[in-house]
Design a protein around this ligand. Structure first.
Ligand SMILES: CC(C)(COP(=O)(O)OP(=O)(O)OC[C@H]1O[C@@H](n2cnc3c(N)ncnc32)[C@H](O)[C@@H]1OP(=O)(O)O)[C@@H](O)C(=O)NCCC(=O)NCCS
Length: 159
C-alpha cells in the first residue's frame, strides 16, 4: 500500500479503466466513449499532481521496470473545502475504489479505504463521502461493512 506518483500513471490508468468497465456492466450510464482512454489518462495525470487529491495503490512501484506485476488495487480521494456557512468546512470523497478480482476478500479494499481516510483526515476533512450505485451490491455491502451509511438520496430523471 502506497501513495502513487506520476510514475504510476499507466498502472493507475489501466486499473481505472477496469473499474469503469466493471461499472458499465452494471449500468450503461458508465460506458466509455470511443477514445475515452486518452481523456482518462489526462484526468488521472492531473489528479496525481493535485495536492487536494491522492491516489493510493496496491502493488510494486513503476520504477521496478516493465517486468513489475500490474497494480492490484486503487483508491482515489479528494478533499473539498466550503465557505464557512455550516460548521463543516472540509469534507472528502473517495471517488474511485477498485481491487482486482484475484486479490479480493483479503482486506485490500479496507486497507485502501483506510489509507484514503487517514490522508483526508490529515488534511482537515471532517467527513468522507462515497457514491455507490444501487446496482452494485458488492460495493454497497463493502461500504456498509466499513461503517458508511446513507446520507443523501441522489434522484435523477432522463431528459
Ligand atoms: C468493493 C471492493 C473494492 C472490495 O474489495 P476487497 O478487497 O474485496 O474488500 P475487503 O476484503 O477489504 O472486504 C472488507 C469487507 O467488506 C465486505 N465485502 C467485501 N466484498 C464483499 C462482497 N462481494 N459481498 C459482500 N460483502 C463484501 C465484507 O464485510 C468484507 O469483510 P470480510 O471479507 O471479512 O467479510 C471490490 O469488490 C471491488 O473492487 N469491486 C468492484 C469495484 C467496486 O464496486 N468498487 C466500489 C465502488 S463504490
Amino acid at each position: 500500500m502506497r501513495q502513487a506518483s506520476g510514475d504510476d500513471l499507466e498502472g493507475v490508468c489501466a486499473l481505472w479503466l477496469e473499474l469503469t468497465r466493471h461499472h458499465a456492466r452494471l449500468d450503461p450510464h458508465f460506458e466509455l466513449r470511443p477514445g475515452a482512454e486518452d481523456e482518462a489518462r489526462r484526468l488521472l495525470a492531473a489528479q496525481l499532481g493535485d495536492p487536494d487529491s491522492a491516489v493510493f495503490v496496491l502493488g510494486a512501484a513503476a520504477e521496478q521496470g516493465a517486468g513489475a506485476a500490474p497494480l492490484e488495487g486503487l483508491a482515489i480521494a479528494r478533499v473539498d473545502r466550503a465557505p464557512p456557512i455550516h460548521p463543516e468546512t472540509c469534507r472528502a470523497e473517495i471517488s474511485d475504489l477498485f481491487v482486482a478480482p484475484a486479490a479480493r476478500r483479503r482486506g485490500a479494499g479496507r486497507a485502501l479505504a483506510r489509507a484514503a481516510a487517514a490522508w483526508a483526515e490529515a488534511r482537515g476533512a471532517e467527513r468522507l463521502e462515497v457514491r455507490v450505485s444501487p446496482h452494485n451490491p458488492e460495493g454497497q455491502a463493502f461500504w456498509r461493512a466499513l461503517g458508511y451509511g446513507a446520507h443523501m438520496d441522489v434522484l435523477h430523471r432522463r431528459l
